[in-house]
Design a protein around this ligand. Structure first.
Ligand code: PLP
Length: 378
């Protein structure tokens, strides 16, 4: 990690490194991503107007490609041959596999055997992209075992592998580095908002799992005291242990995955089971930068539950023609709650971190859409 930190420290002061990164964001990711004002939804709600930052329109459909491209660039600069990581639902794995293919690096993704079966489509995507998918058949055969397995490989051969963490979590320099790669989201939205409305948003709202899309959305506004910054955690199905993943709301000081942060943990310091309808948010830790921003009182942390999230998912689909990721629908659900309580002169900027294609099966099963047409003719 010290070697990675030194390499990143050198790279971040090299204008050519960030120039190449910016070229990739433009040519591969398709940046800048647009702002979309939600006129129909806002009129329906009354009150403040909601505007989306469209990270769902990025290549591969979410914000994660912003930091996996940066990590792959650094790995190549360090002379590493292989990117390695674990993945749960497969979103980080696909974004990393994409970056590896683009940059001519090998990629190895460890996944719990249960997740390999559940996330068939993402497994196929990764393999099509030339990535080696390793199914981990031990213990609970899930994300935790995948982390251990990937890390063992990495520790055995650190000169070959670059361990690419998927959020603003883990040991230094990852929270700093992943944050830096994601700040493009806030810098773009700040410039776009100013040129379109001649003003900054009254609030910026983003979902918080590990916290990378939120750090990306918030960082450019930290010095703008009049802009409220709101992070939205998953309240899941209720307050009981295992029913939510509200680390900022209910976690205590601890150590997880090489970082001192807030953790949902038992008395012995073991991480507790968590739940969210959004698989990208069910993490018992959170990036340490969020803990600091809460201490400073700069960012408010709130939570929205599965039911409000499904409602937001449905409303955005029907009223605006946009099917959001369930993670992003947490941020939208909070904007939907807030808008009617605020004057119509205010504008709420919601970071739509990803698109919902990956969630269609799950939502269909939950709201009982699967298999049935609305009408049958013969
Ligand atoms: C992974 C993911 C998240 C959660 O990760 P953060 O690091 O908290 O941003 C949010 N939205 C989408 C679409 C994701 O894929």
């Amino acid at each position: 990690m010290a070697e990675v930190a030194a390499a990143y420290e050198e790279a971040r002061h090299d204008p050519e490194f960030f120039a190449e990164y910016s070229r990739l964001l433009r040519d591969v990711v398709g940046r800048p991503s647009p702002l979309t004002p939600l006129d129909r939804l806002s009129e329906d709600l009354g009150g403040a107007r909601i505007v989306l930052k469209r990270e769902d329109l990025n290549h591969t459909g979410a914000h994660k490609i912003n930091h996996t491209l940066g990590e792959a660039l650094l790995a190549r600069r360090m002379g590493k041959r292989t990117l390695i990581a674990e993945t749960g639902a497969g979103q980080h794995g696909v974004a990393l596999a994409t970056a590896a293919a683009l940059m001519g690096l090998e990629c190895e993704i460890h996944m719990g055997a249960i997740d390999v079966a559940k996330q068939y489509l993402n497994v196929v995507r990764m393999r099509l992209l030339g990535t080696r998918v390793v199914a981990v058949e031990r213990g609970g055969r899930s994300l935790k075992e995948a982390v251990d397995s990937a890390f063992e490989r990495y520790a055995a051969e650190p000169e070959r592998y670059f361990f690419a963490i998927g959020s603003v979590v883990g040991p230094h320099p990852f929270p700093t580095m992943v944050r830096d790669f994601q700040t493009v989201v806030g810098r773009e939205s700040r410039a776009q908002f100013t040129s379109r409305y001649g003003a900054l948003p009254d609030a910026v709202i983003a979902s918080v799992g590990g916290g990378s899309n939120a750090m990306g959305a918030f960082t450019a506004y930290l010095d703008d005291e009049d802009v409220r910054l709101i992070g939205v955690e998953p309240a899941g199905r209720g307050e009981a242990v295992g029913e939510h993943a509200m680390t900022m709301g209910q976690g205590t000081d601890g150590v997880l995955h090489g970082m001192a942060t807030k953790v949902l943990q038992d008395a012995a310091g073991e991480p507790l089971p968590v739940h969210s309808i959004a698989s990208g948010l069910d993490y018992p830790g959170v990036g340490p930068q969020h803990v600091r921003l809460a201490q400073l009182g700069r960012v408010e942390y709130v939570a929205e539950g599965d039911e409000a999230v499904l409602d937001a998912f449905g409303r955005l689909s029907r009223l605006e023609g946009i099917i959001p990721a369930l993670e992003s629908a947490h941020a939208l659900a909070h904007a939907i709650r807030l808008a009617p309580t605020l004057p119509s002169t205010q504008r709420l900027l919601v970071n739509l971190s990803g698109r919902g294609d990956k969630d269609i099966d799950h939502v269909a099963a939950t709201i009982d859409l699967a298999g049935d047409a609305d009408e049958v003719v013969s």
